[in-house]
Design a protein around this ligand. Structure first.
Ligand SMILES: Cc1cc2nc3c(=O)[nH]c(=O)nc-3n(C[C@H](O)[C@H](O)[C@H](O)COP(=O)(O)OP(=O)(O)OC[C@H]3O[C@@H](n4cnc5c(N)ncnc54)[C@H](O)[C@@H]3O)c2cc1C
Length: 468
């Protein structure tokens, strides 16, 4: 954005605007209560809190359109809000203004089971959507773990443990309704599962983190629930042996539904937090989906063979949903376990993703950097997608120490970029990863800024995010 635009002042919400918004949504779906403003001043990251002037819970695209028209005219910042579970400060209203909390727009509008499609409002919680879909033998695979909304998942292009087989949120969005900053309501995309028609505007809005407009309705592609599950855990002496196994499984032609890594310190904190007794060694969590137990047994045999070639110490496996849940118990609650075991410390979350052949080097490099700087770090993540999460701990207020944490982050991201990877595989840019945008995108960053200027010339949508 041009310097002139970013330096121009934003307006605060005045009594006049409050009255106008009240005339649209009524008194019960807007609030300036301290606790409500406080709830909408933070996400799940360490980033500085900032309260909005006002929180509004709209119920329709029409209401949002009227509010955006007003905000655009008066240059009031507007930040869309899903469930606030982001990890990079993505929904924090850093310039104040209005937070549009979409959580009351939570209707499942239309299930077209025959087409494997569902049309939902943006505030639907994906876990609730999957509960509903399971009655029809269907599911929406991207799984960010937290209780996220579909709007927030589309906003961040979220993904998770099953992305390795099924894809990220971007692969499931067929069409959507978006309210632009001008108030114009547009429908983009198609319900056909393939199209060659024009620019792909859906992909433009996926991952736009509320900086281009507000999504009110999304049509998602669905997948049939798998008939059978196979799961395994494999433990190794060295993290390198575990990551080499990942890269070998991915090259072998096998198609795991999940392939996750926990390093030894992470297994240790999970053991403590959940009272488990896993060996405290680098561990892979593996899952396969298939039509029959017989087919899965053959895949299991091949996976065990590959693990053996990489000096696996312990291999435990099982077939069926219950076995899967037993084996995967230690993979859940990782962030909570780190937090509880390290009171007073805050995590800076690494989210680099690299081509799979570079993953072993990425993990090794990150661990070395953290150790060299005398910091504490826990490495885990969606290994099969080349996605590393490392939580590096520190206290943001302790300047010298936090500086080291940021330097470690910089060196880890630089390495990922040198490998042809990205600073963020799934958490988005928000506030935390803005500093890497120029390095990652080079000249094409200017094109992104021009797109932002075109759609949001007054810069009212979620200002202070994505671009420095
Ligand atoms: C314990 C934990 C584990 C996590 N694991 C993962 C993981 O494995 N993978 C992963 O991808 N993420 C993960 N996350 C991060 C987070 O849960 C996801 O990014 C999630 O998609 C955010 O959804 P939300 O509804 O909370 O959105 P919010 O945090 O409220 O918003 C996200 C962004 O989208 C914008 N937005 C929200 N709704 C709309 C809308 N209707 N229109 C336009 N813009 C909108 C917001 O302005 C913001 O920029 C994790 C978080 C936690 C706390």
């Amino acid at each position: 954005m041009s310097t002139q635009k970013t330096s121009a002042k934003y307006s605060k919400v005045t009594v006049q605007e409050l009255e106008f918004i009240r005339s649209i949504v009524g008194p019960d779906r807007m609030s300036q209560g301290e606790s409500i403003l406080d709830l909408h001043s933070k996400d799940e990251s360490f980033h500085l809190r900032k309260k909005p002037d006002l929180v509004v819970w709209p119920l329709s695209a029409e209401e949002i359109s009227q509010i955006l028209k007003l905000a655009n005219e008066r240059r009031i910042p507007v930040t869309p809000w899903g469930a606030g579970t982001s990890l990079e400060g993505n929904p924090i209203p850093v310039k104040g203004g209005i937070v549009l909390d979409l959580q009351q727009m939570n209707r499942i509008l239309e299930l077209r089971a025959g087409d494997l499609q569902v049309r939902v409002e943006a505030g639907v919680i994906y876990k609730e959507l999957n509960q509903y879909l399971s009655r029809y033998g269907l599911f929406f695979p991207p799984d960010p773990g937290a209780s996220a909304t579909i709007g927030g998942m589309v906003g961040n292009n979220a993904s998770g443990i099953r992305t390795i087989k099924y894809g990220a949120t971007k692969d499931f969005v067929l069409s959507m309704v978006v309210v632009l900053p001008s108030g114009e309501v547009i429908r983009i995309g198609t319900n056909a599962t393939k199209t060659s028609s024009g620019y792909d505007l859906c992909r433009l809005f996926v991952g736009s983190e509320g900086t281009l407009g507000v999504m009110t309705e999304v049509t998602l592609r669905l997948i049939g629930l798998p008939e059978e599950f196979m799961a395994a855990i494999a433990q190794f002496n060295l993290v390198r042996e575990a990551t080499d196994t990942v890269s070998q499984i991915m090259r072998s032609g096998l198609s795991p539904a999940a392939l996750e890594l926990l390093d030894a310190p992470t297994v240790q904190v999970v053991n403590q937090f959940k009272k488990l007794s896993l060996e405290e060694k680098p561990t892979l969590f593996i899952e396969f989906h298939g039509a029959s137990a017989a087919g899965l047994k053959e895949e299991l045999r091949l996976v065990e063979e590959i693990c053996g070639e990489n000096r696996c110490l312990r291999f435990d496996s099982g077939i069926g949903r219950e076995e899967r849940n037993r084996l995967w118990e230690a993979r859940y609650g990782v962030r909570e376990s780190i937090k509880v075991n390290n009171p007073g410390l805050h995590p800076l979350v690494i989210d680099t993703a690299v081509p799979i052949s570079k993953y072993p080097d990425m993990v090794e490099w990150s661990q070395k950097i953290v150790e060299k700087k005398g910091l504490k770090g826990y490495a885990f993540g969606h290994a099969g997608s080349g996605n590393l999460h490392m939580e590096i701990l520190g206290i943001p207020e302790e300047k010298t120490q936090w500086q080291k944490v940021r330097e470690a982050e910089g060196e880890i991201v630089d390495f990922a970029l040198e490998c042809g990877g990205t600073a963020t595989g799934e958490h988005g840019i928000g506030i935390g990863k803005k500093t890497f945008m120029k390095k990652e995108h080079g000249e094409s960053l200017r094109l992104m800024e021009q797109i932002k200027e075109l759609l949001d010339p007054k810069g009212i949508m979620n200002p202070g995010k994505m671009f420095e």
